[in-house]
Design a protein around this ligand. Structure first.
Ligand code: 5GP
Length: 183
């Protein structure tokens, strides 16, 4: 799972990770939030609230959460075949996944600086009120993120951050294939 404050670049990083590693499979979330003007439309499955709520009633999500007035969720089934599933989600959803899958791995993605985070949020085309709302929740998201995270990666440059995550994943896969012997 990739978690981290809004504007930190998790989406771009997730895309880069699946491009670089064909054993990773990126889940496409559902959301009730409206599409941003800067989005193409394939970032999420954009649905009405009633559609989302009826999918909750039918147990069609691995996890879901309400974040700043909108619903977000990971639809089931999560992946074809043997792939390692990559989720780009907020911290309440990550906590649910961790409870059900204690072996899941959480990467907290940090911005190089708070100024950069603010600039990136403004560059997405959201209203100033929305940017202010996102920034006000950042300290809380970071505090919970640090509690949950197995690894903390600074997204100073997407290529470098992707390579850092992939080398950690490689090490984890090695351990999964050859678990250390117990005494
Ligand atoms: P945004 O509206 O900026 O695209 O996303 C808001 C937050 O929701 C981000 O932290 C993003 O990672 C998170 N998010 C996206 N998809 C999901 C999901 O399926 N489940 C949960 N719990 N959070 C998600």
């Amino acid at each position: 799972m990739l978690i981290g404050p809004g504007g930190v670049g998790k989406g771009t990083l997730a895309q880069r990770l699946v491009e670089k590693d064909d054993r990773l499979w990126l889940s496409r979330s559902w959301t009730t939030r409206p599409k941003r003007a800067t989005e193409k439309g394939d970032e999420y499955v954009f649905v009405e609230r009633a559609t989302f709520e009826s999918a909750i009633d039918d147990d069609r999500f691995l996890e879901w959460a309400e974040f700043q007035g909108n619903l977000y969720g990971t639809p089931l089934p999560t992946s074809p075949s043997e792939a390692d599933v990559l989720l780009e989600i907020e911290v309440q959803g990550a906590e649910q996944v961790r409870r059900h899958n204690p072996d899941s791995v959480v990467f907290l993605i940090l911005p190089p600086s708070m100024d950069q985070l603010e600039q990136r949020l403004r560059g997405r085309g959201d209203s100033p009120e929305h940017v202010a709302q996102r920034l006000s929740s950042t300290p809380h998201e970071l505090a919970r993120g640090h509690e949950l995270a197995d690894y903390v990666v600074v997204n100073d440059e997407v290529e470098r951050a992707a390579d850092e995550i992939l080398s950690i994943l490689e090490e984890l896969r090695r351990h999964r294939r050859n678990p250390p012997e117990k005494d």
